[in-house]
Design a protein around this ligand. Structure first.
Ligand code: PLP
Length: 237
């Protein structure tokens, strides 16, 4: 990595933090109420570690293989490693001892496997439920109307602890349209918290990426997942 790109990351990191602080204030909260998670797919461990040295304290990977290949190189002393991508049941075992939170649980089968593998290593794994808020076909996430039933089933599992919700809304051509999806997610989050389901806590609402994290925070997100605005455009090889 060149010094140029490391200084870009530093510049972007400060800029994003300022915008997060501004959106937090605008929505009646403070900067500390919002968690900035960096989406690190395709980013080299040395660049990720540079961001961590600037104060970044949450990172999220999308692919099991990539997480495993970088795992020994991350500097995780002051940083939480999370899984944010689609997770296949047969790969849970490979990451269960390495991640602090799995953001992308969307089926009973996956939840069961996470619970089972967690219990094997005497762990209770924190998860978010991924909601397909735009009800898009071929997209991960559970439909909103199925959420409560899934939560009730998961609440019986000893190796898993639900901490909140995650969503990736459809691509929208206006900020009003995307804000509406974020608002629907926030309403769902509030509804579920008010039901006070056993063993289910609604503390994290993870939504908003590079192009829309500002809108997401205004609508109530308390965790944003940002990749390209921090690290630059991704090069897929
Ligand atoms: C890549 C990714 C992000 C970040 O996307 P950017 O648009 O680059 O900020 C956020 N969440 C998930 C689940 C991702 O896969």
């Amino acid at each position: 990595m060149t010094a140029r790109s490391l200084s870009d990351v530093e510049y972007n990191y400060k800029l994003i933090n300022d915008r997060i602080a501004e959106a937090a204030l605008k929505s009646g909260r403070s900067r500390d109420d919002i968690t900035f998670l960096a989406a690190t797919k395709t980013v080299d461990a040395d660049v990720i570690n540079h961001a961590i040295s600037l104060g970044l304290d949450h990172i999220g990977e999308n692919r099991v293989q990539e997480l495993l290949s970088k795992y020994d190189d991350y500097n995780l002393e002051s940083c939480s490693l999370q899984f944010i991508g689609h997770l296949q049941t047969n790969k849970v075992r490979q990451i269960i001892d390495k991640v602090d939170l799995i953001q992308s649980v969307d089926s009973l089968k996956l939840a069961n496997e996470i619970s089972k593998q967690s219990l094997k290593i005497n762990k209770k794994t924190d998860v978010l439920i991924e909601v397909n808020i735009g009800k898009e076909e071929n997209k991960s996430g559970i439909f909103p109307e199925m959420l409560e039933e899934l939560l009730c089933q998961i609440s019986e599992m000893d190796g898993i602890s639900v901490k909140g919700l995650m969503a990736i809304p459809p691509i929208c051509d206006t900020s009003q349209k995307i804000s509406k999806f974020f608002n629907n997610m926030h309403n769902l989050f509030i509804d579920i918290s008010q039901k006070k389901l056993d063993n289910i806590s609604m503390t994290i609402l993870s939504m908003g990426m590079s192009s829309d994290y500002y809108e997401a925070i205004l609508e109530g997100a308390n965790m944003v997942r940002i990749g390209s605005s921090l690290f630059g455009a991704r090069n897929y090889i």
